[in-house]
Design a protein around this ligand. Structure first.
Ligand SMILES: [Cu+2]
Length: 801
């Protein structure tokens, strides 16, 4: 902010919407005069304008209006004009989204100018958002499992159906990776277009499934293997390039081993050309990795086990570690499966384990207890991009222990996946011109496409007296202390530097800019729009009973600290049965907000390090966590709603780390939880996140909440309006039906089921592999007396040595 203030003091002005142009293709980014970062489509408030008209000769007078809470509070003359007076009447009009505001002009008859404008009535409604701008919260339903749980946008998560006969010992699936479009929010481009994605579909068994975001979910059983024939059906040649910016200087994303004569200049890498030279890896490589699976290495889907589509012309058709499952056999000519050899180590002459170009085989053992896993792309150098583009899907293992809990009605039979991610959708060209001028719409897509940072915006600016770039995101080594020295590609001349510019008088571009790659992968990247099961800001309807949610953090970098709070309406009233007609926000949707402490919100306007928290007493139901990515826990854990707090004691080694929290999930972590809505019949709740980004520190530009400070001066977003995004805190609305609630969830029975039994049938002791290190936390599950701490706890601790 100090750098922004210094820039403003020397005449630097933020660009205004619509006044700027996009950069011409191939030109270097301006690293210092705009954010090089984007927000999803922002709501635009209709401007309130003042018109001054005269029945006589007067002209040229102009004025502006100030608006607060939709009411015109003042009119300021910006030009007094000339020629007014005599018998002609002067009329002042106030136009905008509101009505009834009036003002009267006083003419200086001696000079013929407008001397004053006096506001009559302020009217109302002058803060309305232009129709069709911004993303409204909670206008779309949550996609569920299977077509029966389709939402209003046509989204659902298909469930794959196994072929159980081709390989009698295994469930067999043919999975394809394809490019497709899907609408992810009502206010994003939709019918016939939608957001371009890459993802999976099942190709065998009754015609398979259509491609849908996060599908198809594979449901496996403990100890019964899954076999997959995987086909890369992505487009080839130039159409096979990703629709996201690719940093081809990243190892594995650009030049292959035969790199002679190729340019590595990060400003102009050969592999960034379109079309690419032959010596480059293609951007349509794909691979399947079962995240968390105990897989034999040939089927792990390591970064070197990618394949390209069958029709691709490339020096590198597949990764160097591609291996085929040794007992899956194919006709070497037709590529057809030879069922008579299924599961055999030998086959007829002419048979091969190679399923043909563009195909790969995988064998998953499933020698694991019940848990949610997921499979995703793992291609060398572009994994983050492929996963962000949609190449990820759920994989659920069930086992007898879990089935027993369901049969006994100890846990709910129904389970709902909640796959949580953050994305940014490309905004309008107008919005891009002020925030990310080098976004190449022709190459990566226009409004509604997936956006990703692609400019290494340095935190430093040698042209600023303190060395800080007001829009910066990531430290740049050569300008950091101690500086990184002796690197091949250091700082380079800034083409926008003007030697005649005097920094004592005006804001100037510095002489140098970072010699970083363009496009750059950046580092951690945080987006502004939460997606659950592929829908931005979904709304979910539940009955007043207990549900089992299978939560997966599938974001690239963002942590989530999840709590459930009660929603309030536009008047701040709780959305409970007593509130018969909750007041809607300007979006027309009611109950979109969690009430934050007003004093904290107000303080955060001036000091963005202030972290506003929900008002006390707004807590919704607890999480009852029964499992994680490792399957069932030794003992259920009841986790109440809780805001993020930090360790503020500077004398301890973990000062600055996150201290307390609620259900905290880092990327790829999972939670198997029960939520009992029986005490919340007729209420509207909000799934709320307040994890800092970058975790555990907090950059306020990545913490989007209603009423946050306008952070445009430092490269962030304007203040978030009620009912609209960007908002990374209010992620999902949960509407609990009214009526008679179910009996409260039986926590005591759950605890008994997990506890040790004399016949060793407790959930953990019977379902999980035996533990290796004894700790006190296992005592209830095993009936043991491991210690929690100290030398007998089974752990070697630093103070034991
Ligand atoms: Cu993974």
């Amino acid at each position: 902010q100090a750098a922004a203030d210094r820039a403003a003091a020397t005449g630097f002005a933020l660009p205004t919407l619509g006044a700027m142009a996009m950069a011409t293709a191939g030109s270097a980014p301006h690293y210092f005069d705009h954010p090089n970062y984007a927000n999803s489509p922002l709501p635009i408030i209709t401007p309130t304008e003042v018109t001054i008209s005269s029945s006589g000769l007067g002209s040229g007078a102009t004025a502006t209006a100030t608006v607060a809470a939709g009411v015109v509070t003042g009119v300021t003359i910006t030009n007094q004009g000339s020629g007014y007076g005599g018998t002609s009447a002067v009329t002042v009009g106030i136009t905008g989204s509101g009505s009834a505001a009036t003002a009267i002009a006083t003419v200086d008859t001696e000079n013929g100018t407008i001397a004053a404008i006096t506001l009559g009535t302020g009217g109302s409604g002058y803060d309305a958002v232009q129709a069709g701008t911004g993303l409204r919260k909670f206008v779309d339903g949550l996609p569920g499992l299977g077509v029966a749980n389709i939402n209003n946008l046509g989204q659902y998560i298909p469930v794959a159906t196994p072929d159980t006969t081709t390989y009698s010992d295994s469930d067999y699936y043919e999975i394809e990776v394809v490019e497709y479009n899907e609408q992810m929010h009502s206010d994003l481009p939709g019918t016939g277009t939608g957001t371009k994605l890459r993802g999976y579909r099942q190709a065998n068994v009754n015609g398979g499934t259509p491609a849908h975001y996060l599908g198809p979910m594979i449901t496996a059983t403990k100890d019964r293997p899954v076999r997959i024939l995987f086909r890369n059906m992505l487009p080839v040649s130039q159409a096979g390039n990703l629709f996201l910016p690719v940093d081809t200087t990243v190892m594995g994303a650009g030049m292959g081993p035969s790199m002679e004569m190729m340019s590595m200049d990060p400003q102009n890498p050969d592999c960034g050309m379109n079309p690419k030279p032959m010596g480059c890896y293609t951007e349509n490589r794909a691979d399947l990795h079962l995240h968390g699976g105990i897989s034999p290495w040939i089927s792990d889907g390591t970064p070197h086990q990618w394949i390209t589509p069958a029709g691709e012309v490339t020096s590198y058709a597949k990764g160097v570690s591609v291996h085929y499952v040794p007992d899956m056999w194919f006709d070497a000519t037709t590529g057809a499966t030879i069922p008579s050899c299924a599961g055999q180590t030998t086959c007829i002459p002419g048979a091969t384990n190679n399923p043909g170009s563009g195909a790969q085989t995988y064998y998953y053992t499933n020698q694991q207890s019940a848990r949610l896993m997921f499979y995703h792309d793992h291609s060398w150098g572009i994994t983050r991009l492929n996963v962000y583009a949609g190449e990820a899907a759920a994989y659920m293992i069930s086992d007898a222990t879990e089935a027993g809990l369901v049969t006994a009605e100890t846990i709910p039979a129904d389970q709902i996946p909640l796959v949580i991610q953050d994305k940014t959708f490309v905004p309008s060209m107008e919005q891009l011109t002020v925030s990310d001028k080098t976004w190449d719409m022709a190459r990566w897509g226009g409004e509604g496409s997936l956006w990703l940072p692609h400019v290494y915006s340095p935190a430093q600016n040698p042209g600023d007296s303190s060395g800080v770039n007001q829009f910066g995101r990531w430290a740049y080594g050569p300008w950091f202390w101690p500086p990184t020295a002796g690197i091949t590609y250091g700082p380079i001349d800034n083409p926008y530097y003007d030697p005649s510019c005097n920094p004592d008088l005006v804001w100037c571009e510095p002489p140098q800019m970072p010699g970083v790659p363009f496009n750059s992968m950046g580092m951690e990247a945080f987006m502004d729009t939460p997606l659950i099961n592929g829908t931005a800001y979904p709304s979910m309807a539940v009955e007043p009973k207990a549900y089992r949610f299978r939560i997966l953090n599938a974001a690239n970098d963002r942590f989530f600290n999840l709590s459930i709070y009660k929603a309030v309406d536009a008047l701040g009233n709780p959305c409970d049965p007593a509130n018969i007609a909750p007041a809607p926000e300007s979006t027309g949707v009611a109950c979109t907000e969690v009430k934050l402490n007003p004093a904290e919100v107000a303080a955060a306007l001036a000091d963005t390090t202030v972290f506003p928290t929900p008002d006390a007493g707004q807590e919704g139901p607890d999480w009852i966590q029964i499992g994680s990515e490792g399957g069932f826990l030794p003992k259920p854990a009841v986790i109440p709603a809780h805001v993020t707090t930090w360790v503020n004691d500077p004398t301890v080694f973990n000062a600055g780390n996150v201290d307390q929290h609620s259900l905290l999930l880092g990327p790829a972590e999972r939670a198997d939880v029960i939520v009992d809505f029986s005490a919340f019949a007729g209420q509207t709740l909000i799934l709320y996140n307040d994890a800092p980004a970058a975790f555990p520190a907090r950059d306020p530009r990545y913490d989007y909440y209603t009423g946050n400070a306008d952070l445009r001066e430092t490269g962030g977003a304007p203040s978030t309006l009620p009912g609209y995004g960007p908002n990374t805190r209010t992620m999902m609305q949960i509407k609990v039906a009214g009526g008679t609630p179910a009996t409260a969830f039986n926590q005591a029975a759950l605890d008994v089921a997990f506890a040790h039994k004399t016949d060793n049938t407790g959930v953990f002791e019977s379902g999980q592999h035996p533990i290796i290190v004894g700790q006190g936390a296992y005592n209830s599950a095993y009936g043991t007396t491991f210690q929690n701490n100290g030398p007998l706890a089974g752990l070697a601790q630093i103070f034991d040595t």
